[in-house]
Design a protein around this ligand. Structure first.
Ligand SMILES: [Zn+2]
Ligand SMILES: [Zn+2]
Length: 105
């Protein structure tokens, strides 16, 4: 199998750096960031609101809500845990539906 140049190699190298705060190799979305996302989230004391992610209140780890945690999709309070530090915490889900019906004939 021919091995061509990896089109994402330079991008990966540019975004994978050691965090200036926690000293762990992390993926950075922006070249100007000096702290990883977990570190930045940890420094925000207020509740974390997002349409697709939850944040561990203990270590600041941000985790996407996907089918592995499908119970979080439902309205109400749900127990979940942090994949990074095993901390158990409760997430409150508010679901908003918008029903759009067609124009009048
Ligand atoms: Zn960090
Ligand atoms: Zn955690």
């Amino acid at each position: 199998m021919p091995v061509g140049p990896d089109p994402f190699a330079s991008r990966r190298a540019a975004t994978r750096r050691v965090c200036g705060r926690c000293r762990k190799p992390k993926t950075f979305l922006y070249g100007t960031d000096t702290e990883c996302r977990d570190c930045r989230m940890r420094t925000k004391p207020e509740a974390f609101r997002s349409g697709e992610e939850t944040r561990c209140p203990s270590c600041g780890h941000v985790e996407k809500v996907d089918s592995d945690r499908a119970t979080l999709y439902a309205e109400g309070e749900h127990d979940t845990y942090c994949e990074a530090c095993d901390y158990d915490y409760t997430v409150s889900t508010q679901v908003a539906f918008t029903y759009t019906s067609p124009e009048m004939l």
